[in-house]
Design a protein around this ligand. Structure first.
Ligand code: MAN
Length: 475
């Protein structure tokens, strides 16, 4: 009989213990050692120990009811053996919904909770192993990209030096060519003047070259529709012309303004002609005096000269000057192109491509992703655009900066000043880089109107794991 009493008492104390300790983590168990009284963990109140987990809330911090739903601010500890332990709000205890994978939160409800911790743990371990494999592979690829980045950076520097060298040479050539053109011009002027002084009837006035120069108002070596309309006039009024140009008549002597179509016909159907084109189009019409004349023409009375009549010395001097001018134009264009390339390259080289230039390779690539009706194209360090199925291309943002996220440098890029949104903000994009074994666009979202969030996966975003220190998992 005495033994029976002892066993019953011992069993009761185990039952009581289990009830008292429900919902408590190992490290908190020391606060719940059965004594006569229990001190609320925030130290605010002392209560008899029987009142722990008695389904009535006594402590303000809810610490007397870790295993029941009695305290609104209480928390229940799921030990989840085989998976991850975690806390749930104690209001979820016995609410008929399984929250802990070890079913410990539903100890007194109708819910039938299977223990799924083992399978969850297994799945999580597989996931983690997969992630670790990706990380390892990503880090290996990143190392390669770092090495490539250094070489690429050197290439770009060499490219810049080369271009600067080319530009310097072109500059010298340009100065030399300017001198040659000046000399050719001076020679031409001297020859023309000499012919005029000799009063040579074959003087240059009225030759095709001269007239071409008269018409070529901006002296760029071609006569355009506007230049024709500015200098060439209709001698007679057209019958029945209704357009407003009619009113722009200068005066009886100056003639009537040509319409664009008329000027186009005179130029042989093209919008501008060089000297050769001029000779075969407008020039023949002018010489025939075919209802048109040059405004304010003070050339030799009797009209325009036959080409063959032109003084061969003048012809030679003029074509030499033309050649020098054309050569100069070529050198100037080449210099301008080289200067633009230098400036583009310099701009690109001022961008921060990471401490080891590991992001540099991205600058010469573009990545696409189709999301519903849109195709997005990201050209890193340049821009992001959106093309709809109808074909309209919208600029969502131009390269701006790396976002400054302490401890997470080089993980987010900002693209800004995209096209303005109708009744909304100017479009802009936040690109988040994530670790992966290949570089690809993973997602594009528009969480609020015209504000886009993009995920770009790339090995260069992989970071070696840093062991976390001083983090207490339960606090
Ligand atoms: C276009 C797209 C959308 C955007 C709307 C705003 O349809 O650029 O992404 O939300 O314009 O009007």
């Amino acid at each position: 009989m005495r033994w029976q009493l002892i066993v019953t008492a011992a069993l009761c104390s185990v039952v009581v213990d289990a009830r008292k300790l429900r919902g408590i983590s190992l490290s908190y168990k020391r606060f719940y050692r059965e004594r006569k009284s229990f001190l609320c963990i925030d130290g605010s109140k002392m209560i008899p120990f029987e009142q722990v987990n008695d389904d009535f809330c006594d402590c303000d911090d809810g610490s007397d009811e870790p295993g029941t739903a009695a305290c609104p601010n209480g928390r229940f500890y799921c030990s989840n053996l085989g998976f991850r332990p975690h806390y749930i709000p104690s209001s979820r205890v016995n609410d008929g919904i399984c929250d802990c994978c070890d079913a410990s939160d539903e100890y007194n409800s109708h819910a039938r909770c299977p223990n799924s911790c083992r399978s969850l743990g297994r799945r999580e371990r597989l996931d983690v192993a997969g992630q670790m494999k990706t990380l390892d592979e990503g880090l290996r690829l990143k190392q390669q990209l770092i090495e490539e980045g250094v070489l690429l950076w050197r290439d770009k520097q060499a490219q810049l030096r080369e271009l600067q060298q080319v530009a310097a040479e072109l500059q010298t050539k340009m100065e030399e060519q300017r001198r040659r053109r000046r000399e050719a011009e001076l020679l031409k002027e001297r020859v023309v003047k000499a012919a005029e002084e000799r009063n040579d009837p074959r003087g240059r006035n009225g030759t095709a070259t001269h007239v071409f120069q008269v018409l070529d108002g901006n002296n760029d070596g071609s006569v355009t529709l506007d230049e024709v309309r500015a200098k060439v006039a209709l001698v007679r009024e057209r019958d029945g012309v209704q357009d407003r140009e009619r009113d722009r008549v200068q005066d009886g002597v100056q003639g009537w303004v040509l319409s664009e179509d008329e000027a186009l016909v005179l130029l042989g159907g093209v919008h501008q002609v060089d000297l050769a084109g001029f000779r075969t189009s407008l020039w023949t019409r002018l010489r025939e005096g075919d209802g048109i004349k040059i405004r304010g023409w003070h050339g030799i009375p009797g009209g325009l000269a036959e080409d063959e009549d032109e003084d061969p010395n003048i012809k030679a001097a003029e074509s030499a000057a033309e050649k020098e001018a054309a050569d100069l134009k070529k050198v100037e264009e080449a210099f301008e192109t080289a200067s633009m390339e230098i400036s583009d390259l310099k701009t690109k080289l001022t961008i921060d491509y990471g401490p080891d230039w590991e992001f540099l390779f991205l600058s010469s690539q573009c990545y696409q992703l189709q999301v519903y009706e849109y195709t997005y194209t990201l050209c890193p360090f340049q821009q992001l655009s959106q093309r709809s199925q109808a074909g309209a291309e919208v600029l969502l943002g131009k390269w701006g900066t790396w976002e400054e996220t302490p401890g997470k440098e080089y993980s987010q890029m900002r693209y800004e000043s995209g096209e303005p949104c109708w009744q909304g903000p100017t479009r802009n994009v936040l690109v988040t880089l994530s670790c992966g074994t290949e570089t690809a666009l993973r997602s594009v979202k528009e969480p609020s109107k015209c504000q886009y969030e993009v995920e770009l996966q790339t090995p260069v975003a992989c970071q070696p794991l840093v062991k976390q220190q001083g983090v207490h998992s339960e606090l």
